[in-house]
Design a protein around this ligand. Sequence first.
Ligand SMILES: [Zn+2]
Length: 285
Amino acid sequence: MIKLLKLGVQASSAGKFYSSVDRAKKLECNTMQIFARNPRMFRKVSLDEENIKIFKQKVKKEKISPVVVHIPYTLNLASSWIKFYKLTIKDFIDDLVEADKLGADYLVTHMGSFKGGTERRGLLRIAHALEKILQETKGVKTNILMENTSGSGRWLGYKFSHFKEVFENIKWSKRVGVCLDTAHAWAAGYKINTQEGLDELINEIKNEVGLDRIKVIHLNDTLEKLGSKNDRHYDIGAGCIGKKGFELILRNEVFRNLVFILETPKKTDEDDMRNLEVVRKLYNG
Ligand SMILES: [Zn+2]
């Protein structure tokens, strides 16, 4: 049952962004996730070509694969404010092209938050934005992954019928997959720390979009209550999902060959090391 575990963390790209690769390597990760730019700001500058080259060389040398880029939080694919919606599409295209230049396999994005009208209208706005983005980036190899949300506020993507609605309304949907966040799923009401609850989630994904859409798992525990809609990550095994829950997830055939990325809280590398160790133990048994 032992297979190669694909495990990484959200690696800080502070300083020169390519030093994120050194940080991942130091933690003995074989995959990683980064922000390619400040996640709380609008896009201002592009990455320097020389730095991109160094990043790619390091990734190749350290055999980090896949490389996942997380899109900044400022963008909203479901915005009903037209000016902001257009800016989101423009920045998203530039971010996707840049992720491709970095050789990234995936660009992860949250679905978007809607205001006014129905959820369905919000989902159609997302689909329309993606359609435009995909159309404008035809040669790009980096695929987009839509991440499930905790369902707080007006966020879409807390259940998988939302993903279905989006996928059905884009022509190039093969370039779009799913990133499953365990803490968000818990907050959205999926009781994934029991076999029954986990099977329910798996069946829902299977029926709505197909299991082959899931490419990356954001592995996070949480102290928030089941269905609380609160998105707060915590150390693996030390929260409500607990060791038992993560054992079920990591040992499930559906997830076992996927890519696991930790987004657990950290002050120092030790925090990452501790969480990685817990995951490795649970995975290997
Ligand atoms: Zn996440």
